[in-house]
Design a protein around this ligand. Structure first.
Ligand SMILES: N[C@@H](CCC(=O)N[C@@H](CS)C(=O)NCC(=O)O)C(=O)O
Length: 302
């Protein structure tokens, strides 16, 4: 009980942010491998429909999206401190703008090698065509963007070993996802785009050396059992003055504002500037609390 359970898969870049965070904090955690495409029968019953990866589970508390996952790890394990200054804004830039450039650069290169089932799944996820031909056409521009973003790291590393100073910060974690993914999927292009960015390449080695903490496997069925046998323990409160007008006890729907917009319904139990928490009752799981970040999610009354 109380263990950190990470629902992820090894090739998932957003999960890599969380794995690195667990490494920086030196934490032990349980790894539950979920499918890369739908269906995810051992995940969506826990989340209430949210299908994206990663999802963190601690007992009957379910954290959807790397943003709220990283925030919760920082809250429960404040040492060493990782979140600094305007880090959350850097995190959203790396998650959206930089990530979209990385997607185009990688899938343009893979072209016809991308499996059909994967393409069909991602078209459903995004509601748009997954067109590797169009990505090929956009790749020269996106490669330039990618390098321009990496050059910001180079500038940010002038004084210290990490973007956050002498020790890694959330800015390092956020940027790492893109450098890690491209370096693994397409090492030649990564080398090309980081040519002359020597501090960034040295930083890549330093970050890689941090590792992922202490990982041990758990089956998806075991994770569901943990949720069934637990009560939510999160300490949540609703800000009565929240400008949305949504109040504790309201029946609400939460959905992502970008892709993977599957709606999750529940009763509002927590609302703050940066977090939405719902109570849900599903089948054998009496009550779970499902947590989402505020930025990037739409909250509405049912
Ligand atoms: N904003 C989300 C984005 C997560 C995301 O896009 N994850 C990818 C995998 S890295 C995903 O869920 N892809 C579809 C899937 O795996 O089903 C987060 O920060 O966690």
């Amino acid at each position: 009980m109380g263990e950190i359970i990470l629902h992820h898969y090894d090739t998932s870049p957003f999960s890599e942010k969380v794995r690195l965070m667990l490494g920086i904090k030196g934490l032990a955690w349980r790894s539950v491998i979920q499918p890369v495409i739908m269906p995810k029968p051992d995940l969506t019953p826990l989340t209430g429909g949210y299908r994206r990866i990663p999802v963190m589970q601690i007992g009957a508390d379910i954290y959807c999206d790397s943003q709220v996952i990283l925030a919760e790890i920082e809250r429960r394990h404040p040492t060493p401190p990782v979140v600094r200054g305007a880090d959350w804004a850097v995190n959203l830039w790396a998650d959206r703008l930089w990530f979209q450039a990385t997607v185009v650069v990688i899938f343009a290169e893979m072209g016809d090698a991308v499996p059909k089932e994967f393409i069909a799944d991602r078209e459903k996820l995004s509601g748009r065509p997954f067109d590797t031909g169009a990505m090929k056409a956009a790749a020269p521009f996106m490669r330039q963007q990618w390098r321009a973003y990496a050059a910001w790291l180079e500038d940010g590393l002038k004084q210290d070993d990490f973007l956050g100073g002498k020790t890694p910060s959330l800015a390092d974690v956020a940027a790492w996802m893109n450098v890690w993914w491209l370096s693994g999927a397409s090492p030649t292009i990564a080398d090309e785009l980081m040519a002359g960015l020597d501090r960034t390449r040295a930083w890549r080695d330093r970050v890689r050396a941090i590792g992922h903490g202490k990982r041990s496997d758990m089956t998806p069925a075991e994770a569901v059992k943990v949720a069934t046998a637990s009560e939510p323990t999160s300490d949540v409160a609703c800000d009565p003055g929240d400008p949305s007008g949504v109040k504790k006890g309201d029946r609400v729907v939460v959905q992502a504002d970008d892709y993977g917009r599957d709606p999750v319904e529940g009763v509002l139990v927590g609302l703050s500037r940066d977090r939405i928490s719902l109570a849900r009752e599903v089948g054998e799981i009496d009550v779970s609390h499902v947590h989402f970040p505020r930025a990037g999610y739409v909250l509405a009354k049912r």
